[in-house]
Ligand binder design. Structure first.
Ligand SMILES: [Mg+2]
Length: 309
């Protein structure tokens, strides 16, 4: 019986074409897709391009050996999470140990045992999938299926550092569903949850660049991080969010300001200079959002950092 759950892409990096052929003959019938490279440099390029699920890496190669190749793969954020199994000779204890030290998760030995190779590869594919799932669960809000507050903190920290280097403005939009408590009380919590999901998906669809981030900040509050974005551009994004939600026409008979669900938004942008922190950007956007609500909701307020603190 074929186990489709184990299907995956394996990159074999080995200078010996015969080894590659043998590995293909063993792994292909197990439902795995094999791609290959004949040296470390090509292997890294293929790994970056194809993002395989697992790498089988020969240690003994001319020019760049397996250890150095592994080191470079582990140093690159794009490839560092890909499990690497070293290919070693059967009794080569020293290399097996060193393989673990440089970040390998396991090894397979030459001459190859087909059943052992399939078992080790499939075990590590399963472990990697569980790891990926855990990481996803930790970063995603269970209800709305967009990134959660924890992930927001991580991304904001990262984008702030990047903005420090580029000296380009980093924009934040804080978004609040107007009269959501009344919505929940009036329609009930299941309908409230559905409303949160629809708003979240609409906000996520309203940003266009892959570097833009939309997450759930907490309760009925959402947040967008827009790198290299001025307040003017961020304002346009906030407007698009409001318009896209208005198009959905989510009924809200308990809202004192209209017939449909609406959003209040606070917009702020900062170019990081010494003595400023990501928390300052949050405070600015939060204060603008507070102002939008105080002004009567269903509107966007842009923060003016020159009036602050
Ligand atoms: Mg070799």
């Amino acid at each position: 019986m074929q186990n489709y759950q184990n299907d995956g892409v394996i990159l074999v990096i080995d200078d010996d074409q015969n080894n590659i052929r043998v590995i293909i003959d063993i792994l292909k019938p197990a439902g795995l897709t094999i791609i290959s490279a004949r040296n470390g440099q090509m292997g890294i390029k293929r790994a970056l391009f194809a993002l395989p699920d697992l790498i089988l890496l020969d240690i003994m190669m001319p020019q760049m050996d397996g250890f150095e190749t592994c080191h470079l793969l582990k140093a690159n954020p794009t490839t560092q999470a890909i499990p690497i199994l070293f290919i070693t000779a059967l009794n080569d204890e020293e290399n097996k140990v060193k393989g673990f030290e440089v970040g390998g998760v396991d090894y397979i030995t030459k001459p190859f045992s087909a059943r052992e190779m399939v078992a080790r590869v499939k075990t590590h594919l399963n472990l990697k999938r569980k790891q990926d799932l855990l990481e996803r669960l930790v970063a995603i809000d269970g209800l709305t299926e967009i990134p959660n507050r924890r992930q927001f903190d991580t991304v904001l920290e990262k984008e702030w550092k990047r903005a420090q280097q580029t000296q380009k403005p980093l924009a934040l939009i804080m978004i609040d569903i107007d009269y959501f408590k009344q919505f929940n009380d009036g329609y009930g919590h299941p309908a409230g949850d559905e409303c949160l999901r629809k708003v979240a998906q609409t906000l996520a669809k309203s940003v266009q660049r892959c570097s833009d981030f939309v997450g759930r900040y907490g309760g009925e509050e959402f947040v967008a991080i827009l790198p290299e974005t001025s307040t003017d551009l961020a304002l346009k994004v906030a407007k698009r969010m409001q318009d896209n939600l208005a198009d959905l026409r989510l009924h809200h008979v308990f809202s004192p300001i209209g017939d449909y669900v609406t959003l209040s938004c606070g917009v702020a942008a900062l170019t990081p200079i010494p003595e400023t922190y990501p928390q300052d950007l949050i405070k600015l956007a939060d204060r603008a959002l507070y102002q939008a609500k105080a002004n009567g909701r269903n509107q966007i307020v842009i923060s003016n950092p020159f009036n602050w603190p």
